[in-house]
Design a protein around this ligand. Structure first.
Ligand code: NAD
Length: 346
C-alpha cells in the first residue's frame, strides 16, 4: 500500500493505465461526482473501459444491500480479479467500496481517493472496510488495504464547514494520543480561515500516526486501539441515533465521545481537568449537540455492550494519562459511564 501526496492527475493516470485492460470500476459519492466531474474525472472518462456507480453518501448506503447491488453491477459489467475499483468520496464510500472490493472474487485491487477530511486522515487509511448491520456500526467488514491512496487536499475546497469539523474531530484525537505539541498545533488550525500549508502538514502527520499504529497492530488488539479514543461512546451514540432516525455525523459523535472518555481519564488516571474543559468548551462551541437525556442512558449503555472491542462482557475504552500517554483496554463502571454521559446532556 502506498500513499501519494503529489502529482495527483499524473499518478492517477499511471495507475489507470496499469489496469485499463481489465476494466476500471469507479464507486463515487454522487455529490462529489456532480462537483468534481470536470476536475478529476476527465482523467478517468478518457479511458474506454471505465464504469461509474454513483452512491448517495449516507450511513444507510453503508449496507449489505448496497454491497449486493455493487457486486451485481461488477458481475454484469464483466469485472474480474484483475480489474481496478476506484473509491472516490468520504468515509461512507471508502468503507463500502473497500468492503465490496475486498470480497469480490475473494479480493480485487482498489484505490482510495478521499474527498473529505475524515477520509483523508482516517477512513481511507489503515485497511478497515465494512458496512453497518442490524443497526450496528461497521458490524460486517474486513481488514484490507487499498493498493494506493491518493491525497489531494484541493479536493477539500468544496467541503462544508460541518464536514470539515467532522474530520477535525479525528485530528484532535491524533493530538490527544500523540503529544501535546501536535494537540496544540491542531487546536491552532482555524477552520473558518484555513491555513492550507498547516492543514497539509497536519494531515500528513496524522496519516503517519495511523499508518504506524496499523502497521504494528493491524488487527486492532493492542496499540492500534489508541485510535479508538472517543470511539466507544461515539459508536454507541451513532447506533442510538440510527435507532431514533436522528441525524448524527461520525465526527460529531467522536467529538462528544472524546469529552466522555476524557472525563473517565480524569477519574482513572488524573488527566488534566484544564485540558478536559478546553475540549468540552471547544466541542460545545463547534459541534451540534446530541439530543439525549438521562432516560436514554440505559439504551446507550446497551449499545456499548455490543462494541466489537469488548472482551469478557466488559466495555473497552482507550483512556489517557496525558496527551501522548494512552492506556488501551481499560474498563469503567456503569456509574462512571453515566456520569460521563451527563456532559453530553448539559
Ligand atoms: N474505516 C475506518 O477506519 C473509518 C475511520 C473513520 C470513519 N469511518 C467511517 O467514515 C464515515 C464518515 O465519513 P465522512 O465523514 O467522510 O462522511 P461522508 O462520506 O458521509 O461525507 C460527508 C458529506 O460530505 C460530502 N462530500 C464528500 N466529499 C465532498 C467534497 N469534496 N466536496 C463537497 N462535499 C463532499 C458527502 O456527499 C457527504 O454529504 C462513517 O461511516 C465512519 O464510520 C471509517
Amino acid at each position: 500500500m502506498k500513499i501519494l501526496y503529489s502529482n495527483f492527475k499524473r499518478n492517477l493516470q499511471n495507475i489507470i493505465d496499469r489496469y485499463s485492460d481489465n476494466g476500471i470500476f469507479v464507486i463515487i459519492d454522487q455529490q462529489v461526482h456532480q462537483i468534481l466531474v470536470d476536475n478529476i474525472l476527465d482523467t478517468l472518462l478518457h479511458n474506454g473501459d471505465t464504469h461509474i456507480y454513483k452512491i448517495e453518501a449516507t450511513e444507510k448506503s453503508k449496507s449489505i444491500e448496497k454491497a449486493i447491488g455493487l457486486w451485481q453491477w461488477l458481475v454484469e459489467r464483466g469485472a474480474n480479479r484483475k480489474s481496478l475499483i476506484i473509491n472516490i468520496g468520504g468515509g461512507i464510500i471508502t468503507d463500502l467500496g473497500g468492503f465490496v472490493a475486498a470480497t469480490f472474487k475473494r479480493g480485487c485491487s482498489f484505490i482510495n481517493i478521499p474527498t473529505t477530511l475524515m477520509a483523508m486522515v482516517d477512513a481511507s487509511i489503515g485497511g478497515k472496510t465494512g458496512v453497518n448491520f442490524l443497526g450496528l456500526k461497521n458490524e460486517i467488514g474486513t481488514f484490507t488495504d487499498p493498493k494506493w491512496i491518493l491525497i489531494n487536499i484541493d479536493l477539500l475546497d468544496t467541503l462544508s464547514y460541518e464536514a470539515m469539523a467532522d474530520g477535525y474531530a479525528e485530528m484532535l484525537k491524533y493530538g490527544f494520543i500523540a503529544d501535546e505539541h501536535l494537540l496544540n498545533l491542531t487546536y491552532s488550525l482555524d477552520l473558518q480561515a484555513i491555513d492550507k500549508s498547516l492543514l497539509r502538514s497536519l494531515i500528513i502527520k496524522d496519516i503517519q500516526i495511523k499508518q504506524h499504529l496499523a502497521r504494528i497492530d493491524k488487527y486492532d488488539q493492542n496499540e492500534r486501539r489508541a485510535l479508538n479514543f472517543g470511539h466507544t461512546f461515539a459508536h454507541a451514540f451513532e447506533a442510538f441515533a440510527t435507532g431514533k432516525n436522528m441525524a448524527l455525523t461520525h465526527g460529531t459523535a467522536v467529538a462528544w465521545g472524546m469529552v466522555c472518555e476524557l472525563y473517565l481519564s480524569i477519574i482513572h488516571y488524573g488527566f488534566s481537568r484544564d485540558e478536559f474543559h478546553r475540549l468540552h468548551h471547544f466541542v460545545k462551541e463547534h459541534y451540534k449537540t446530541i439530543s439525549i437525556n438521562c432516560k436514554d442512558f440505559d439504551d446507550i449503555y446497551r449499545f456499548m455492550l455490543h462494541d466489537k472491542k469488548n472482551a469478557d462482557h466488559n466495555i473497552n475504552f482507550t483512556l489517557l494519562e496525558r496527551a501522548g500517554k494512552f492506556r488501551c483496554n481499560q474498563k469503567a463502571s456503569q456509574t462512571e459511564i453515566y456520569e460521563a454521559l451527563e456532559y453530553v446532556c448539559l
